[in-house]
Design a protein around this ligand. Structure first.
Ligand code: NDP
Length: 329
């Protein structure tokens, strides 16, 4: 691995939503990095950031002032559009989480990055990201066994959006809660029936419009295909004050568990867990560490697209290889 990077790594943030804000905040904890600016599709005056805010079109002339762009757009449409274009001129990092499309996204970014001699780290964050990495390590170490992923407790943005679209719902948040009994059974070595629906419960907090039919809202939630059908689902009606006080945060987390065997019968449980006060801030924190890695790879001339699987852990750290070797104990 390379030695310490001498100048601060100059970062640009593309897109100022939850993730973009998280990167802006997170960078203040990294003395080896410097935020050059936030780049947005909106009028910069409409973006509530205290950092310098520029238009996307300003990026072209700021190429030489930025080492890594952290792409913070949405995975549905922003990243597929923006990432290949920006990759022509920049080393980039993204938290693309469209699982089915990641292999194709890798190929696109790899081609552009190799043509332009830069680095594109894709699908950082925690799932995909740190969860993927831990599943890989657990399965490499324990080839005989089964892997289980549990999400939560935490807010699912997709499910919360879905309940807010129901007639009569003013505000709504959905928490995904893992099935703790199932987790204990796995760790104890019991036979389990792990399915998508048996492994999680869905708990909704709803503020209904005055005069709304609460029974109809419950029915609409519980019968919503692909979202709630098959899951144990609870719906709680609360008032707006309670909602604002207790249900506007974005906590999340989860666990990757591999129950494996180191011989015919000796069990080993590998567990990696996250409890996140803020999902976007943590996702941003992971992207920032991978931005450091991206810059190091760039400096070494190791161009192309990379995922968390391709990057050695030492590249994430601001410490030198020599410093890290002293910490192997
Ligand atoms: P947001 O919807 O908050 O932001 C997405 C983009 O929308 C922004 O970059 C911004 O672009 C634009 N935008 C944000 N707020 C406004 C506004 N008020 N008015 C108009 N436009 C706005 O998404 P998140 O930041 O919450 O999430 C980004 C992506 O992160 C998600 O799509 C998800 O895929 C990914 N993610 C990945 C995780 C992982 O573990 N890998 C975990 C969590 C999220 P602009 O400034 O250009 O207008």
């Amino acid at each position: 691995m390379t030695n310490r990077i001498e100048h601060p790594i100059r970062i640009g943030i593309v897109g100022y939503g939850n993730l973009g804000k998280g990167v802006e905040t997170g960078l203040t904890l990294h003395p080896d990095m410097e935020l050059i600016g936030v780049f947005t599709r909106r009028n910069p005056e409409d973006v509530p950031s205290k950092s310098p805010v520029y238009r996307m079109t300003d990026l072209e002339q700021m190429k030489d002032r930025i080492d890594v762009l952290v792409l913070c757009g949405g995975s549905a449409t922003d990243i597929p559009e923006q990432a290949p274009e920006l990759q022509k001129d920049f080393t980039t990092v993204n938290a693309y989480d469209n699982h089915a499309e990641i292999p194709a996204h890798f190929d696109i970014i790899n081609e552009v990055a190799l043509q332009n001699n830069n680095v594109g780290v894709i699908a950082t964050g925690w799932d995909p990201g740190l969860f993927s990495l831990n599943r890989l390590v657990a399965e490499a170490v324990l080839p005989k066994g089964d892997t289980y992923t549990f999400w939560g407790s935490g807010v699912s943005q997709g499910h919360s959006d879905a309940i807010r679209r129901i007639e009569g719902v003013k505000l709504g948040t959905q928490y995904t809660i893992p099935n703790e009994t199932l987790i204990e059974d796995i760790k104890e070595g019991k036979e389990v029936a792990y399915t998508k629906t048996s492994s999680h419960k869905r708990v909704c907090y709803v503020v209904a419009e005055t005069d709304a039919d609460q029974a109809a809202i419950v029915e609409s939630i519980k019968t919503m295909k692909d979202y709630f059908v098959g899951y144990e689902t609870e719906v709680h009606f609360i008032d707006e004050d309670e909602y604002e006080k207790n249900h506007t945060g974005m906590p999340h987390g989860g666990r990757v568990i591999r129950r494996g065997y180191t011989d015919e019968e000796t069990m080993a449980v590998y567990e990696f867990g996250l409890e996140l006060g803020s999902n976007p801030q943590f996702t941003a924190a992971v992207s920032i560490a991978y931005a450091r890695a991206a810059h190091r790879l760039y400096q070494e001339g190791n161009y192309g697209a990379k995922t968390v699987f391709d990057i050695a852990p030492a590249y994430l750290s601001p410490k030198t290889g020599a410093e890290l070797r002293k910490e192997l104990l």
